[in-house]
Design a protein around this ligand. Structure first.
Ligand SMILES: C[S@@+](CC[C@H](N)C(=O)[O-])C[C@H]1O[C@@H](n2cnc3c(N)ncnc32)[C@H](O)[C@@H]1O
Length: 289
C-alpha cells in the first residue's frame, strides 16, 4: 500500500484540481480508487502531520483524473461506483449513470402512497442499474416489485446492486422488451414507473461528450421525436395496470405536454406534469381510469 506524507498529498490534490474538473468527481475518485473518504480528507485538513496510506499510487490516480478531464470520460465509470439517493451503486458503461433529477421519482411515489404503505405490486420498465426499483423495494419492504430491461448486462448489474443493498427478496428482474416479460402480471400492477430513453435522434448528436461517447445509446435514444418508447409504454399500460393503477414517467425537458396528451388519449385520469428541482416539467403521471 503506497504511503505518502499528508502535506505532499494535499499539495498533489490542489495541483490536480487546478487542472479542472469538479470537487465532487475528485472526491469520488479518492474515495473509490484511493480509499480516502471525504471524512478522512476533513481530518487530514485539521491534522496535516504524519503519513497517509493510499490503495493506489498518485501516478495511477493522476492518469485516471487526466483521462477524465481530457476525454470527458465519466468518473463514475472509472470508479465503477455512483451514489444515488442513499444507495451506493455499481455502474459500468453498460448502464446509464442514474441522474440526480431521477431521484425525485421516489419522492413522487412517497407523495402518492405515503411512507408506510401496505402491500402493493410495482413494476419498473428499463431499470438500468436498478436504482429506482431498489430504492422502492428498500423503502417499502411490504411491497413486491418486478423490473425489466432489454439488456442482460444491465440486469446483471441491477441484480448485483440489489444483493449489495438489501437482504430482502421483494424485487425480481426480467429481461425483455418493455412490458413483454410481464405477460403473467396483466391487470395486477398497482404502480408502474419508467425513465425510458427519450432523446430525439437529432438531439442525440448534440449531447455532451461525456454522455454521447460513453453512456449506452440504447439507454438514450427515443426515435425521431424522442417519444417512441414513451408512446409504446403508455399504449400498453392499460393491459397491465390494475384499475386506478398509477403510471409515472420521466421525460425530456420539453415533452411534458405531449406525454400528458398521450396519457389522456389512452384514458388516464389525474394526469399531471411534475417539475424537477430546476422547475422543468420532467415527470408526467397519471392513473388508469
Ligand atoms: C434512461 S435509461 C434508465 C435507467 C434507470 N432506470 C435510471 O433511471 O437510471 C433507460 C433504460 O431502458 C432500457 N431499455 C431500452 N430499450 C428498452 C426496451 N425496448 N425494453 C426494455 N428496456 C429498454 C435501457 O437498457 C436502459 O437501461
Amino acid at each position: 500500500m503506497p504511503s505518502i506524507s499528508v502535506k505532499e498529498f494535499l499539495f498533489w490534490k490542489k495541483k490536480q484540481l487546478s487542472k479542472g474538473g469538479d470537487h465532487q468527481s475528485f472526491a469520488l475518485l479518492l474515495d473509490c480508487i484511493a480509499g480516502i473518504s471525504t471524512s478522512d480528507l476533513n481530518l487530514l485538513k485539521i491534522n496535516s502531520e504524519g503519513n497517509l496510506y493510499l490503495e493506489k499510487d498518485l501516478d495511477c490516480l493522476e492518469l485516471i483524473w487526466e483521462d477524465h478531464l481530457l476525454n470527458s470520460s465519466p468518473i463514475q465509470y472509472h470508479c465503477g461506483i455512483t451514489f444515488w439517493r442513499n444507495l451506493k451503486l455499481k455502474v459500468t458503461d453498460k448502464v446509464l449513470i442514474p441522474r440526480p433529477e431521477t431521484e425525485l421519482i421516489v419522492d413522487i411515489v412517497f407523495n402518492i402512497f405515503g411512507r408506510q404503505s401496505q402491500k402493493l405490486f410495482f413494476a419498473e420498465l428499463g431499470t438500468g442499474s436498478g436504482a429506482i426499483s431498489i430504492a422502492l423495494a428498500l423503502a417499502y419492504p411490504l411491497w413486491d416489485g418486478i423490473a425489466s430491461d432489454i439488456d442482460q448486462d444491465a440486469l446483471e448489474i441491477a441484480t448485483k446492486n440489489y444483493i449489495n443493498s438489501s437482504k430482502q427478496s421483494n424485487l425480481k428482474f426480467y429481461c425483455g422488451h418493455w412490458w413483454n416479460p410481464f405477460e403473467s402480471f396483466k391487470g395486477k400492477i398497482d404502480l408502474a414507473i419508467s425513465n425510458p430513453p427519450y432523446i430525439p435522434n437529432d438531439t442525440y448528436e448534440q449531447l455532451p461528450k461525456e454522455v454521447k461517447n460513453f453512456e449506452p445509446k440504447i439507454a438514450l435514444l427515443g426515435g425521431e421525436d424522442g417519444l417512441k418508447h414513451i408512446r409504446e409504454i403508455i399504449q400498453k399500460a392499460p393491459l397491465f395496470l390494475r384499475e386506478k393503477g398509477w403510471l409515472i414517467l420521466e421525460n425530456h425537458f420539453d415533452q411534458g405536454e405531449k406525454v400528458k396528451k398521450l396519457l389522456i388519449k389512452n384514458k388516464f385520469k389525474s394526469v399531471e406534469i411534475v417539475n424537477d428541482l430546476s422547475g422543468v416539467g420532467r415527470f408526467t403521471i397519471g392513473r388508469y381510469k
